[in-house]
Design a protein around this ligand. Structure first.
Ligand code: ZN
Ligand code: ZN
Length: 259
């Protein structure tokens, strides 16, 4: 039997979250939990160990909601605020696990994380308790983390290099408006894909629903979930118009990946 991992979507909203403050669209006014989206993050559990992808501003809420009590490693897709600004809440896992947490990212992300969170990564005289983290640069090669083999692949996000991750037959591709050919090769044969699809209208750094569907057509995964969706995409109405095998992700969505 193949080894498996459990993927849970901790948040599938765009940078503002849904509802976004002051917004009166159908998605934002909806009481349906599937229209309530925290900032984008997933967690992958394998044999009791957890790999967290990104630490957005909702990390604390996500950890409480899913009773997450350990984080064995963090992979950062990129340095944007909606993916990093919950970093201080990693302290909770330092308290619980009594050891530093290894974090992995592309060099461009490492550079900005060191700048933006200087109090964590640079020696200084910070007086409070800061997260105990190590930061390691990742290149194009697969790397082992939390007992899993992660194949990184590059995504384009308005010129920024963002890391996508393939773990077994699952891949996560958030925050992108193009996928280079080399990465499409890595994505071949993926069974479950979580893919950026911000909204219907064009955007300089995110796929639209139509653009994301072109990627789905090229890769033909068994199941695709759209993430990083904004307030224009009401869950049920959007799903009604998507082809079979494609639907919007929702916070708390969980499925198995085969390693
Ligand atoms: Zn984002
Ligand atoms: Zn971004």
């Amino acid at each position: 039997m193949n080894a498996s991992a459990r993927v849970t979507v901790l948040g599938c909203g765009t940078s503002t979250g849904v509802p976004s403050i002051g917004c009166t669209t159908a998605a934002c006014l909806s009481d349906d939990p599937r229209n309530k989206r925290l900032r984008p993050s997933i967690i992958i559990e394998h044999k009791g160990r957890n790999l967290l992808v990104d630490t957005g501003p909702d990390l604390r809420e996500q950890a409480l909601r899913h009773q997450i009590t350990r984080v064995d490693a963090v992979v950062y897709t990129h340095y944007h605020a909606d993916h990093t600004h919950g970093i201080d809440d990693l302290r909770a896992f330092n308290f619980l696990m009594r050891k530093p947490i290894p974090c992995y990212a592309y060099p461009n992300t490492v550079k900005i994380l060191r700048q933006n969170f200087s109090y964590i990564f640079n020696d200084g005289n910070y007086s409070g308790f800061k997260p105990q983290l190590t930061l390691e640069e990742i290149g194009d090669s697969p790397f082992g983390v939390a007992g899993m083999n992660v194949i990184p692949f590059e995504l384009e996000h308005a010129g920024m290099r963002v890391m996508g991750l393939r773990v077994g037959d699952f891949a996560y591709a958030t925050d992108c408006n193009a996928i280079p050919e080399k990465s499409m090769e890595i994505l071949k044969g993926v069974r479950v894909l979580v893919l950026d699809a911000l909204r219907h209208r064009e955007h300089p750094s995110h796929f639209t629903v139509a653009e994301a569907l072109e990627i789905v057509d090229a890769l033909e995964p068994e199941q695709t979930y759209f993430t990083h969706t904004n307030f224009e995409l009401e869950y049920h109405e959007t799903n009604r118009n998507l082809p079979s095998g494609v639907e919007l992700a929702y916070d708390g969505l969980s499925f198995e990946a085969f390693l």
